[in-house]
Write a protein that binds this ligand. Structure first.
Ligand SMILES: [Fe+2]
Ligand SMILES: [Fe+2]
Length: 146
């Protein structure tokens, strides 16, 4: 059962970014199922590492698209938002490194970090982009809105 579900209220009024968030949620749910559903006797560390590596790669791709979108609409908090992205990537990479070096990293802890970020970022900070995009759309429905 998926842990996180896409909701219309998460929309940032851009199909590409919305689709990426949907895909990110899908990926998170898959990572969650993989990391939590494996028997301890299996190669759970290897599977966890691979799932996390895939998530890091997709997150980087998504962040760069979202940053392009923010630039395109002239989002005033661009730099602040970009730094949050950067910090999250650093956090994910640190976990990934820890998993390679230290066998005591629990999959549940890794998922907690990702989930906390999801709640704080997509549900709150990305919503600031949505609000700005909506304001922009209202104030200029004809030419300037990308
Ligand atoms: Fe995002
Ligand atoms: Fe973001």
């Amino acid at each position: 059962m998926p842990i996180v579900k896409w909701m219309k209220s998460l929309s940032v009024n851009d199909e590409k970014i919305d689709d990426q968030h949907k895909k990110w949620i899908e990926l998170y749910n898959r990572v969650h199922a993989q990391m939590m559903g494996i028997e301890p006797t299996e190669d759970y560390l290897g599977i966890g590492e691979a799932a996390l590596a895939e998530m890091i790669e997709y997150t980087k791709y998504h962040f760069s698209s979202e940053e392009d979108f923010m630039k395109k609409i002239g989002f005033p908090e661009y730099e602040k938002h970009r730094k949050i992205h950067e910090a999250f990537i650093r956090k994910l990479e640190a976990i990934s490194y820890q998993m390679q070096e230290d066998t005591h990293v629990l999959n549940s802890e890794v998922l907690k970090v990702i989930e906390d970020w999801f709640i704080n970022h997509i549900l709150k900070e990305d919503q600031e982009i949505t609000k700005y995009a909506r304001r922009l759309q209202k104030s200029n429905t004809t030419t300037r809105y990308p």
